[in-house]
Design a binder for this molecule. Structure first.
Ligand code: FES
Ligand SMILES: [Fe+2]
Length: 378
């Protein structure tokens, strides 16, 4: 044993525990079509229960429990543009106002519940959460995917994942985590750069598939090259355009990677893939490509989820030069957990970091070659 190993103190994991506050921002609740079946839907989110229902003015979100005697409004029915409670038929409008009580002479003046700001974009439903009860500004609105409204993209191939026993910060950490792409998502990232600014955090990555992996879980194959630009717009909604070059052809896809917190130690991931319709390519074929990519990504997410479920929260990760800017990303992420007036400059200022991947890729190539040789020998 060397003297340095005896004198180096043991590194301890530090953790302040999961925050009990939930992030300010737009959160995606999934595809609009899943809420358009004429029924109210309960969504457990932000440590509470909310209800989504359809009206002639679009999807609306209210607090989940009736202000009369507390019944679950998601068990009610939609009557006209109001949501009728299953217990005594009080009607609630999308703006939170009670629109009528059939058996009562008068509606009490206080009959108002909380209405949550909503937005429909890219075929998805968003709800605005803010403990300070602000209204969302134009500046933080969710951008439209270019060409979405013109029908340039396939339908979403959509999936959800429930993660219990972890805070959603684990998922956001992925933005800067270059090395896990090799071990967890089974690709070689050979170019990796992060930029954070304002409420947006971006990861630029170029990667190749690993040839030592079951092709079922590695869409595109060995010679494919993926260029990916993934941006979180706010705390929970990532738009990730990707170009996959395979066999001299380029497939353009867009991945949505989003989540909302259920409570302080569980969250629901909503993600989906769409591919750009090419003239002459039939929609079924485009859908098949999207499904293939989704399968690969689902596999990768499944592996992430397994790690998140069992890992410890760690506020003082021990990093090397080849790890990305975890601390800066977390500082960026903190802006969503403080009151607007408490946002500090270093939470929103521009940060740009590129990781030198050369050493990592060299090591990984040798590992893959050894795996391939072992596979052949077996
Ligand atoms: S509890 Fe909703 S109407 Fe009575
Ligand atoms: Fe990941």
């Amino acid at each position: 044993m060397t003297s340095s190993s005896t004198s180096t103190p043991v590194r301890e994991i530090e953790s302040a525990g999961n925050p009990t506050r939930f992030a300010r921002g737009w959160h995606c609740l999934g595809l609009v079509e899943q809420y358009r079946d004429g029924k109210p839907h309960q969504v457990k989110a932000f440590g509470t229960s909310i209800v989504v229902f359809d009206t002639s003015e679009g999807l609306k979100v209210l607090d989940g429990y009736c202000r009369h005697m507390g019944a679950n409004l998601a068990k009610g029915t939609i009557k006209g543009d109001s949501l009728a409670c299953p217990f005594h038929d009080w009607r609630w409008g999308g703006n939170g106002r009670c629109t009528g009580i059939p058996y009562a002479k008068r509606v009490p003046v206080a009959a108002k519940t909380r209405s949550w700001p909503t937005m429909e974009r890219n075929g998805q439903l968003f709800v605005w959460h803010d403990p300070q009860r602000s209204q969302p500004t134009e500046e933080v609105t969710i951008p439209e995917i270019e060409g979405w409204e013109d029908g340039q993209w396939s339908d979403w191939s959509w999936q959800t994942f429930l993660v219990e026993g972890a805070h959603c910060r684990e998922m956001v950490d992925n933005v800067v985590d270059m090395a896990h792409f090799f071990y967890v998502h089974l690709v070689f990232p050979h170019y990796f750069r992060n930029v954070f600014e304002g409420h947006v955090a971006t990861q630029y990555m170029h990667s190749r598939s690993r040839p030592d992996i079951d092709p079922e879980n590695s869409y595109g194959g060995e010679d494919s090259e993926l260029r990916s630009e993934a941006s979180y717009f706010g705390p929970s909604y990532m738009i990730n355009p990707q170009q996959l070059e395979v066999g001299g052809k380029t497939v353009e896809a867009v991945l949505i990677n989003s989540h909302y917190p259920i409570d302080s130690s569980s969250f629901l991931i909503n993600f989906g893939v769409a591919t750009r319709r090419e003239p002459g390519v039939d929609p079924e074929q485009a859908r098949a490509v999207a499904d293939g990519l989704t399968q690969t990504l689902t596999y990768g997410f499944g592996q992430d989820v397994e790690i998140w479920r069992d890992k410890a929260r760690i506020d003082n990760p021990l990093l090397t030069e080849q790890d990305g800017p975890v601390y800066q990303l977390r500082r960026w992420y903190e802006q969503f957990y403080v009151d607007v007036e408490d946002i500090e400059e270093d939470m929103t200022q521009r940060v740009e970091v590129e990781i030198d991947t050369e050493h990592a890729v060299g090591t990984w190539k040798r590992e893959v070659e050894e795996n391939l040789a072992a596979m052949k020998g077996a």
